[in-house]
Design a protein around this ligand. Structure first.
Ligand SMILES: [Zn+2]
Length: 198
């Protein structure tokens, strides 16, 4: 099971703050804060939100009260440049990362799972290739271009190219810990607590 599930379990048991940059961005945009409005401008123009803006939101969030019991950064940093900048920001705040958790999944299993995915043409329901018609509305099920094996492999290659240096970065800091993401969610969680020393 994925990293989001594991993060939620840690939050529930240990009271850590769960920080996802996607949530931070959506929250700032919904609140109409200056940073949120700026982010919305980039997104409306179909552009990526710049790293500095995301980092400003992150700084604000890390200064909140509920972070004092510890925090989990979910899905960030995504590349080495972000990791280096983040280390600097945390050092300025007198904080640091204890560990970087890698929930490892065999790429061929991801390809297999995603390539079985089917979507309903009528209502968008997402199911799998065992469904001949949509269980929700009876509509026709089809395979989205995004879920075709070649596209999936392409996305995985891009991901691996970006994350491999990041993994090395945290290994170099002696902070990388790894669990087998293919086990059942509860078993992964047992491993997570073990590698994090919780
Ligand atoms: Zn449907």
């Amino acid at each position: 099971m994925g990293k989001g599930t594991q993060a939620q379990k840690l939050v529930a048991e240990f009271g850590f703050a769960h920080i996802s940059t996607g949530d931070l961005l959506r929250g700032a945009i919904a609140a109409g804060s200056p940073l949120g409005l700026e982010a919305k401008g980039y997104m409306d123009a179909g552009q990526l939100v710049p790293d500095e803006l995301v980092l400003s939101l992150l700084k604000e969030r890390l200064a909140s009260d509920d972070v004092k019991n510890g925090f989990i950064l979910d899905g960030y940093p995504r590349n080495t440049a972000q990791a280096v900048t983040l280390d600097g920001v945390l050092a300025e705040m007198g904080k640091n990362l204890d560990a970087a958790l890698l929930v490892a999944v065999d790429p061929s299993i991801i390809v297999d799972r995603l390539s079985r995915r089917r979507a309903c043409k009528a209502c968008g329901f997402t199911g799998n290739d065992t469904m001949e018609v949509c269980p929700r509305c009876g509509g026709e099920m089809y395979q989205r271009d995004d879920d075709k094996p070649a596209t999936i492999q392409n996305r995985l290659d891009t991901y691996a190219a970006k994350t491999a240096p990041l993994i090395d970065y945290f290994k170099g800091q002696d902070k990388l810990v790894e669990v087998d993401g293919q086990a059942a969610a509860d078993d992964v969680y047992v491993q997570v607590k073990e590698v994090l020393g919780l």
